[in-house]
Ligand binder design. Sequence first.
Ligand SMILES: *Cc1c(COP(=O)(O)O)cnc(C)c1O
Length: 411
Amino acid sequence: MNIPFIDLKSQYYRIDSRVREGLDRVLAHGAYVMGPEIAELENELASFCGAKHALACSSGTDALLLALMARNTGPGDAVLTTPFTFCATAEVIALLGATPVFVDIDPVTFNIDPDRLKQAIQALRSADPDVYPLPSQAKAAVAPGKGPHAPSSMPYAPHAPLVPKGLISVDLFGLPCDYDAINPILEEEGLWLLVDAAQSFGSSYKGISPCALGDTACTSFFPAKPLGCYGDGGMCFTNDTRLHQVLESLRVHGQGKNRYDNVRLGLNARMDTMQAAVLLAKMSIFPEEIELRNSVAGTYNDLLQEARDITVPSFFRDRQSAWAQYSVLARDRKHRRAVFDILQENNIPWSVYYPLPLHLQDVFSYLGYSSGDFPVSEEMSERIFSLPMHPYLEQSNQEKVARAVIEGSRR
Ligand SMILES: *Cc1c(COP(=O)(O)O)cnc(C)c1O
C-alpha cells in the first residue's frame, strides 16, 4: 500500500453520512446558488475564527482579488508581499494593475521578515532601490501584455512613484506570521493588512485566528488545504462592516440595491451551495483534525532527529500551525536530491513548495527583479521539501517516511 501525500478518502469515510445528508438537503431545496447553507457556513466560520463578518466565495484566489478590489487597488499602488508563496498571492495584485513589491522571508518560519518589511517600505518611500530591492518602476506600473490591462486601456502613469498601500502576509504551511512585529510597522506607515490565510485556516497566533487579525483575511477551501471542499471555494473575513458590504456587492457583479442596480465593477465570485454543505459537514471534525496534524508534525520531528543535516520545522509557544504542509530543509540541492532518490525507491511521495520564488518567475519578469534580490527565498527553494501530511497518517507510515529520509540524508 502506497502512502498518500494527503488522504481525503479516510476523512470522507468518517463523515460520509453527514456529507450525503447535507448534499441531499441542497438537492431537495434546489437553491444551488446562494442557498441557505452559504449564510450558515459564513456564520459558523466567522464565529469559529472570532471575526465579525465572513463572505463565502468561489476560490482563495477570488477571495484575495475581492479583498483588493474592495480597497480600490490599482495602478500606482505598491502592495508588499512575499516571493515565497503560491503565485495567486502576487497574481491578484498584478491583475488589478497594481505592483507587487517583494520582501524576503525569515529562514525559520518561511514567513515575511518584519525587518526586511520595514526596509522595503523605506525604499518605496524614498524611491531608493539601494535601501531595499524594488521593482524597476518605469516598467512596473502595469504588466505589459501580461494581463487584461494593456497599458493603452488603463489610465496609468508609468513614471509616477509607487505608493505603498498595504501588505499581503502569507501564513506559509499553516504557521501564522509574527503579527505583533508586523502590525506596528503597518500602523506607523498607515498601511492595511490582508492576511493570505489560504494555508492557515485553523491555526492561531496568541490564541487568535489569523482570519481575525488583518483588516481583511482570506482563506481557500481547495481540497488540499487544511479545510477543503470538493471543488473550489474560498472566504473573506473582516471586522469592518462597511468593507463587508462592499465585498458582498463585488461578489455579485458590483450590485447595488438589487440585481439590476450595478454600482461598481465586480465579479461572479459566489461559492456553490453544495460546497458550503460539504464544508459544514467537515467542520464537525475539523478542530480534532488540527490536533491530529499537530501530533503528526511532532512525531515527524522526533523521528527525524537521526537524520543528517535535515532541519525540521520549529514549534512556537505563541502560535499553533494548521500544518497545511510539513516542510523540512536539506543541506543543499544535492543533499535534497539524495533524499528524493531514496523516497522514490520506497514509493513515498514528496513535494517542493516552492521550487522557484515568484520574483524569478517569467510572469513577473516585467518587475525587473534579479537573482540575488531575495537570497533567503532563493536558498530555501533549493533546500526545502514537504513530506506526506494529513490527520490520518499512521505512526507506522511516518516511520517508513522517516527511515527513507534518514537513509537519504546520510548518503
Ligand atoms: C492555495 C493558495 C491560494 C489560492 O487558493 P485557491 O483556492 O486555489 O484559489 C492563495 N494563496 C496561497 C498561499 C495558497 O496556498
